[in-house]
Design a protein around this ligand. Structure first.
Ligand SMILES: NC(=O)c1ccc[n+]([C@@H]2O[C@H](COP(=O)([O-])OP(=O)(O)OC[C@H]3O[C@@H](n4cnc5c(N)ncnc54)[C@H](OP(=O)(O)O)[C@@H]3O)[C@@H](O)[C@H]2O)c1
Length: 180
């Protein structure tokens, strides 16, 4: 992958690392929907087949690359890749077409786990809930990541945010112990 292109994980993660259950999100946070849109607009998104089916459609203004082992998988408006390396290669070409300098890893649990070792940055929405779910975000190794920014928000039902949350940026720490 071109060194100019950054790989960015974007996820909303509960206190107990749950990110979903029954192939859906488990909370309503309107502010996070807007945040996700602003982080991803104009960029290629790599996601697992289950996450794509949970969303149900390609997101406008972004190029969706769906990873699946199903060689016959095809849906209108998406690119399909048979493994992660192929997905990242397709995302790199899409980034060049879109003029984007980032590839977004948009989940779910399987795809986060397989890409965390390569990611340059993580944009996590830390959700102040401990829901029951069946899909977890991988453990964050504190030796590999540095919290660079945190913006906390209280719950506000009138604004469609049913729980408190924080937008947190993690930068990968280089071997020298400094963020890139
Ligand atoms: N909170 C958040 O920010 C967030 C974000 C995204 C998703 N989610 C949630 O996460 C859950 C879905 O996550 P998940 O872990 O179950 O599924 P997933 O990661 O979305 O998709 C898994 C599927 O991706 C394909 N896949 C995975 N690794 C592959 C590889 N190396 N090569 C080829 N194909 C590969 C396989 O598809 P095939 O079975 O078709 O071969 C696999 O079944 C849902 O509940 C969703 O709502 C939450």
């Amino acid at each position: 992958m071109s060194p100019r292109l950054r790989l960015v994980i974007v996820a909303a993660v509960a206190r107990n690392r749950v990110i979903g259950g029954d192939n859906r999100l488990l909370w309503k946070l309107s502010a996070d929907m807007r945040h996700f849109k602003s982080l991803t607009m104009g960029k290629p998104l790599v996601m697992g087949r289950k996450t794509f089916e949970s969303i149900g459609r390609p997101l406008p203004g972004r190029e969706t690359i769906v990873v699946t082992r199903d060689t016959s998988y095809a849906r209108e408006g998406i690119l399909v890749a048979g493994d992660l390396a192929a997905a990242l290669a397709q995302a790199e070409s899409a980034a060049a077409r879109l003029g984007a300098d980032e590839i977004v890893i948009a989940g779910g649990g399987e795809i986060y786990a397989q890409t965390m070792g390569q990611a340059d940055r993580m944009e996590l929405t830390e959700v102040d809930l401990t829901p029951k779910g069946d899909t977890l975000f991988p453990e964050i190794d504190a030796a590999c990541w540095r919290e660079a920014r945190r913006e906390t928000h209280p719950a506000d039902l009138a604004k469609g945010n049913e729980a408190g949350f924080a937008f947190v940026t993690y930068d990968r720490i280089t071997k020298a112990g400094q963020a890139r």
